[in-house]
Design a binder for this molecule. Structure first.
Ligand code: SAH
Ligand code: MG
Length: 213
């Protein structure tokens, strides 16, 4: 993010020094948390909407959830994580911020979780930010729990700008991953009941709305 803009946005966040500590921890330990400009964009979009319930797929250390719960005082979040180490760190962070009553950490693989867990849930916003190769699966499984006027954000849709690169330059694994992200982006565009905007923010952000007719 542009340094000047980052500092301007940051001045507000300095109020939350502990949140800055989380970002630093993520940077040092190479935990891929959301880029600051995408976070600011999401916050600014949610500001004008009646958002009460969020579902996040991919908690990591809890950074995004904690930001949302701190910024919006009346929302609650369900967030899914499968990695044991991340779960331990996220739990401790959520506790440290006193957000146990508003952030519900669901342990398990988001692709495999039992639908019974969600059947009575309706979310106003879904944040897709776990394994990039599984984006379409997450979308298909969880958008049925989205309110009609809900919104879906998908992070990392340009994946370090590799999605637009000549894929022959990439290793086999990376090539396959990048192909999957590219497929997902085009998949979003094929949906007739959803409308997606692809934004060059952070590592690329897709903003998807349910269509109304
Ligand atoms: N949303 C976080 C960052 C998430 S990083 C933030 O911005 O603060 C992605 C996380 O998704 C990793 O911790 C990884 O363990 C988790 N993950 C990947 N695939 C998953 C899956 N299928 N189910 C649950 N968690 C998954
Ligand atoms: Mg991400």
């Amino acid at each position: 993010m542009n340094q000047y803009l980052e500092e301007l946005n940051n001045q507000q966040e300095i109020k939350h020094l502990e949140i800055e500590e989380l970002r630093k921890y993520a940077e040092i330990n190479k935990v891929p948390i959301i880029k600051r400009d995408s976070l600011v964009l999401i916050e600014s979009i949610l500001k004008g909407r009646k958002v009460k319930r969020i579902l996040e797929i991919g908690t990591a250390i809890g950074y995004f959830s904690i930001c949302m719960a701190t910024h919006f005082k009346d929302i609650s979040i369900d967030t899914i994580e499968r990695n044991e180490e991340m779960i331990t760190i996220a739990k401790s962070n959520i506790k440290k911020f006193n957000l146990n009553d508003r952030i519900n950490l669901i342990e398990g693989d988001a692709v495999e979780l039992n639908d019974e867990l969600f059947k009575n849930n309706k979310y106003d916003m879904i944040f897709i930010d776990a394994a990039k190769a599984q984006y379409q699966k997450f979308f298909e499984k969880y958008t049925k729990y989205l309110n009609d006027d809900g919104i879906i954000f998908t992070d990392n849709i340009i994946f370090h700008n590799l999605v637009e690169e000549d894929s022959n330059k990439l290793s086999k694994n990376l090539k396959s991953l990048v192909k999957k992200i590219d497929n997902y982006n085009h998949y979003l565009n094929t949906l007739t009941d959803f409308e997606t905007y692809f934004i060059e923010s952070g590592d690329g952000l897709a903003i998807t709305y349910k269509k109304h007719d």
